[in-house]
Design a protein around this ligand. Structure first.
Ligand SMILES: O=C(C[C@@H]1CCCCN1)Cn1cnc2cc(Cl)c(F)cc2c1=O
Ligand SMILES: [Mg+2]
Length: 565
């Protein structure tokens, strides 16, 4: 490709709203352009990178016998009504109507569609196991799309689904995907971890995430030297309940004018933050309920959703709370409250003489004790595990790293095959629902994650496996014999199958060099004044450079020797 024909509008300045390096560099480098919040166009350089990421994923899927199909992004509402998930995701699911006023969704995922698809095609155990996958756009109406392609509303995902007549068969396919996903991470050149994850809304049991480390990642990975690692959405708190020994003091309703946050209350009452038990009100399909956690801990919504088995849970708004409980947020508490389900984090059980909201504006209760002043309906682990908590496996203190979730694989069980009535005939002639697994990989997110891990102050450092071009030829001027040599070298390398970009623009060498560094081409062959002495210079994007005899074969050889590095 000649640079003069390439559509890659590079920018000197980062766009004002870019928050992370990958967003800034992919926009400045002319890889993507935003058309709306969380909605992007991939320009030629971006498209080339995506196609390379997809090719790696396809090769690893083919290796484990997965069949590529292509399903529609638009899905009939009936499928989601049949599985009962039509309203599970609230506004995150983009719904629309066709000209006949029939309801559809822009597919956020395809469990229902694929399970419906196979119900009359896969009908004998002899045809199992079967894995189908696609690489296509998904739509999830994120409340806060951000970080460019890392959290977009329309994004490209590889989503695969497997169908089995036994759990053993599912375990095998699940294991094969774990290996395939590890291969993908290695081939992408990413540092990553495989972590135990929450199955969240998808139901089913076991699930693992493949997380690329990045300080700007939104996933908090808790890990231990013993080898355990988990997404903090899912890591159980296994610490002992600490039973405080102090005597129970008489409860008091204390005037705390306009003192709302945990910190303010702790300061005002001169007690440690941990002593303030937080009361949070959630709204689910079966109405409101209260969740209680110690003041120094964070409530884990994933654990709460799983405990009450309701993925549509939302935090009650201050207006709803004022309307339905007559109390402003910040003064909520469990004492004297009737008719609402109270779920408390297990650690609260050991606390004595703690503080809760007074269920009245400007009041808090102090010296509250479980049993005497209120009794929760249920106890469970409700906190977000954090650094220093005991490892669930060996109890040593956990460490934390941030990361970007690129892959997520699940053992689903029969949730969808039962819901969609998709069955197969087993060897005894019985009709059985398929046992299923599902396997996702964020293709467009991967492009962002690679840049997060591999960039410097000059721009992107693409690994060879996904670089839009592997080599750029940069004549330092349009001087005739430089251009003659450069053009012939370009033709020679093209014939050799190199993915080479020829910077034939009429711009200064400085612009050529900074653009080559910004868009992150791994090798730059500079054709400069050393040509008169019979040399050209090959420069790695990582900084290493080499003078090579101005001989096409020798240059080609030098390029390929360095690819082994
Ligand atoms: O998608 C999965 C599980 C796996 C991930 C890998 C590929 C197959 N699906 C979980 N999930 C996440 N967000 C969603 C958002 C909406 Cl709006 C929805 F309607 C459904 C889902 C939903 O089901
Ligand atoms: Mg996930």
């Amino acid at each position: 490709m000649k640079y003069s024909q390439l559509y890659a509008p590079t920018l000197k300045e980062a766009p004002a709203d870019s928050e992370v390096p990958s967003q800034e560099l992919l926009i400045r480098g002319g890889f993507i352009r935003k058309i709306a919040a969380g909605v992007y166009t991939y320009l030629p350089l971006g498209r080339r990178v995506l196609l390379k990421i997809e090719r790696i994923v396809r090769e690893e899927m083919d290796r484990i016998g997965a069949n590529e199909i292509l399903m529609p992004i638009i899905q009939p509402a009936e499928l989601w009504k049949q599985s009962g998930r039509w309203d599970d995701y609230g506004p995150e699911m983009m719904k629309l109507r066709d000209r006949h006023d029939r309801e559809f969704t822009l597919g956020p995922t395809h469990e229902e569609l694929v399970t419906f698809l196979i119900q009359n095609e896969l009908n004998s155990y002899k045809q199992l196991p079967m894995t189908l996958y696609q690489i296509a756009n998904k739509y999830r109406d994120e409340i806060r799309p951000r970080f460019g392609v890392l959290r977009a509303r329309e994004f490209i995902m590889k989503d695969g689904y497997s169908f089995h007549d036994s759990w053993e068969s599912l375990h095998e396919t699940y294991k094969a995907h774990r290996q395939a996903y590890s291969n993908i991470m290695e081939r992408l050149g990413l540092k990553y971890a495989i972590v135990e994850a929450s199955s969240g809304a998808i139901g089913g049991s076991e699930s693992h995430e493949f997380v690329a480390f990045a300080d700007t990642g939104e996933s908090n990975i808790l890990y231990c030297d013993c080898g355990y690692s988990g997404n903090d959405e899912r890591v159980p708190y296994v610490g002992e309940v600490v039973y405080e020994s102090e005597e129970e003091k008489p409860i008091e309703k204390t005037y705390t004018p306009n003192v709302k946050t945990v910190e303010d209350v702790a300061n005002f009452l001169n007690v440690p933050v941990r002593k303030i038990v937080k009361t949070l009100i959630y709204k689910g399909r079966n109405g409101y309920f209260m969740a209680l956690v110690p003041g120094d801990r964070e409530l884990n919504e994933e654990k709460l959703k799983a405990f009450v088995n309701d993925q549509s849970l939302v935090f009650a708004t201050p207006e709803e709370i004022l309307k339905d409980f007559g109390v402003p947020i910040g003064f909520l508490g469990p004492v004297g409250v009737k008719g609402i389900r109270i779920i408390a984090d297990t650690q609260v059980k050991g606390m004595k003489n703690f503080v809760v909201g007074g269920m009245e504006k400007d009041y808090h209760y102090v010296n509250v004790n479980v049993g005497r002043d209120f009794v929760p309906d249920e106890w469970t682990d409700l906190v977000v595990a954090r650094e220093g908590d005991p490892c669930p496996v060996c109890s040593k203190p956990l460490k934390m790293k941030k990361g970007i979730e690129l892959g997520h694989i699940f053992k689903l069980g029969t949730k969808y095959s039962e819901a969609m009535g998709s069955k197969y005939m087993d060897r005894d002639g019985q009709l059985k629902p398929f046992i299923m697994g599902c396997y996702g990989w964020g293709i467009s997110r991967t492009m962002g994650a690679i840049v997060e891990q591999l960039h410097d102050e000059k721009g992107i450092i693409w690994p060879l496996s996904v670089a839009p071009f592997t080599t750029i030829i940069t004549p330092v001027s349009n001087n005739e014999n430089l251009m003659k040599f450069a053009t012939e070298l370009y033709e020679f390398l093209l014939l050799k199958g190199e993915e080479v970009l020829f910077d034939d623009r009429n711009v200064s060498p400085g612009v050529k060099f900074s653009d080559a560094d910004l868009i992150g081409i791994p090798f730059r062959i500079t054709i400069g004044k050393t040509l008169n002495e019979g040399f050209v210079e090959i420069k790695w994007r990582t900084g290493y450079q080499l003078r090579v005899e101005a001989d096409f074969e020798k240059i080609y050889e030098a390029l390929n020797v360095s690819k082994e590095k």
